[in-house]
Design a protein around this ligand. Structure first.
Ligand code: SAH
Ligand code: SF4
Ligand code: F3S
Length: 433
């Protein structure tokens, strides 16, 4: 009987891709088989996130649960961003953990499972050219890493301490990976990095000069590839060339993530974001003008140290002006190793909660307005996921989630859909003949 692997993934798309790689290495090189049941697993992996304090607490409660439920002799491995920055502290806090494997050390998973109390958490370990085995959760949509790490030092953010310095993956490797994914059925790829539009700044070996716009244009020529998405670009690097490429290349989906974080230039400066409110507005308004059907999503942090009511109001003003189609909003969370953790003017929890609620209420009213506006419109939808009640879900080019009545044979297909019902988060429609 084959050995069973249970894996839990917290955090962002990069972690999802890292988990796919660990599954690939373990199933293809070590004979494991995936299971959804931790109690029957021989190996339990948790791929952790450190970006806010909550998921770190979750790690230790989850490990406690695994210890209780696991079968005798089963191993527990802690991987990902929390493994990177806590390292051997994890063994001290949770002695039942068998190994600790940091975020940029995924290629060592086969070694980790065979070595007692293995630990590897070098945040600058270079695996940009490692030949990983292949496994993907979806055959229709593939995550493709284009870079590791991040060279920015945003004052609130732990990611540079968990994923190290920025390192771009050579073009030929990315191209091969996209081509392989397309040959196995993918029509859409999602390019991943913490600063994707800074692609090409540093490679581990000599590489021809290439920026993110060049990368997008070259990948868009791959035959059979219908859609390219990417996350996260940085507002600072949204130069005219990038906006023009984004607008003019039909393979690039018209959905842009523009992480604002704050609408106050003073707070942006304290956050070390490198741009002002005016620059952000200039880029977003230019994009809306160049590309009328673009949808823009953003990330916002409320209650960063020193954020006054006026600063917070500026964030609300930017939201009203730009009417983002999607917002991911967070209360500031104090993280170890970051500059902001030692800032004196931390904001109390009650104020933070109130601000988050105000922001989310405003967002909901914007979203209701945006959703209603889509009624009667026709979108080209790529169907990706079967739902209950004979529904199937897909995304428009500009990333609206759209459900229609339909079954399995629509998976992986593009169809024109006319919207006939809207809700805050989902549009519903009918396929047009
Ligand atoms: N590289 C991306 C962000 C990666 S982290 C970028 O620059 O936009 C994803 C999001 O988590 C961030 O955009 C930010 O909004 C949020 N975040 C990061 N650190 C945080 C912290 N300490 N507290 C609250 N939210 C945080
Ligand atoms: Fe964190 Fe800033 Fe890097 Fe994004 S750009 S990962 S927020 S340090
Ligand atoms: Fe992603 Fe969380 Fe790490 S957001 S980069 S898994 S800290």
């Amino acid at each position: 009987m084959s050995k069973k692997l249970f894996i839990q993934t917290l955090g962002c798309a990069m972690n999802v891709r890292d988990s796919e790689r660990m599954i690939a290495e373990l199933t293809q090189k070590e004979g494991y088989e995936l299971t959804n049941n931790e109690a029957e697993a021989d190996l339990i992996l948790i791929n952790t996130c450190s970006v806010r304090e909550k998921p770190v607490h979750k790690l230790f409660s989850e490990v406690g649960g695994f210890v209780k439920n696991k079968k005798e002799g089963a191993k527990i491995g802690v991987c990902g961003c929390t493994a990177s920055h806590l390292g051997s502290e994890i063994f001290k806090k949770a002695p039942q953990v068998d190994f600790v494997l940091g975020a940029r050390n995924v290629s060592k998973i086969t070694q980790a499972i065979k070595t007692p109390k293995f630990i590897s958490n070098d945040i600058n370990h270079d695996e940009s050219e490692f030949a990983f085995a292949e496994f993907r959760n979806s055959i229709y949509k593939s995550y493709i890493n284009i870079m590791a790490g991040c060279d920015k030092k945003c004052a609130y953010c732990i990611v540079p301490h968990t994923r190290g310095d920025e390192l771009s993956i050579p073009f030929e490797i990315i191209k091969n990976e996209v081509t392989k994914a397309v040959l196995s059925g993918a029509k859409e790829v999602f390019l991943l990095g913490q600063n994707v539009n800074n692609y090409g700044k540093r490679f581990s070996k000599e590489h021809r000069k290439m920026d993110f716009s060049d990368l997008l244009n070259e990948l868009s020529l791959i035959s059979g590839l219908k859609r390219i998405r990417f996350t996260s670009p940085h507002p600072l690097h949204m130069d005219d060339k990038f906006l023009e490429t984004f607008t003019s290349n039909p393979v690039i989906c018209k959905s842009m993530h523009m992480p604002l974080q704050s609408g106050s230039t003073q707070i942006l400066k304290a956050m070390k974001r490198g741009y002002t409110k005016e620059w952000f507005l200039n880029r977003a308004l230019k994009l809306r003008k160049m590309c009328s059907d673009v949808s823009i999503s953003t990330d916002i942090i409320v209650a960063f140290p020193g954020e006054s009511d006026e600063d917070f109001n500026e964030t609300l003003e930017v939201m009203k002006e730009l009417e983002f189609e999607q917002i991911f909003s967070f209360k500031y969370s104090k993280r170890p190793l970051t500059l902001a953790a030692s800032m004196p003017n931390q904001i109390d929890e009650l104020t933070a909660s109130k601000r988050l609620k105000t922001l989310q209420d405003l967002y909901n009213s914007i979203l209701d307005k945006i959703s209603k506006k889509q009624d009667g419109k026709v979108f080209e939808v790529f169907f990706e996921e079967l739902k209950e009640n004979n529904q199937i879900a897909g995304r428009s080019d500009n990333n609206f989630l759209i459900n229609v009545n339909g079954s399995e044979e629509l998976l992986g297909c593009f169809k024109k859909v006319k919207i006939n019902k809207t809700s805050r988060t989902t549009l519903y429609g009918e396929i047009q003949d």
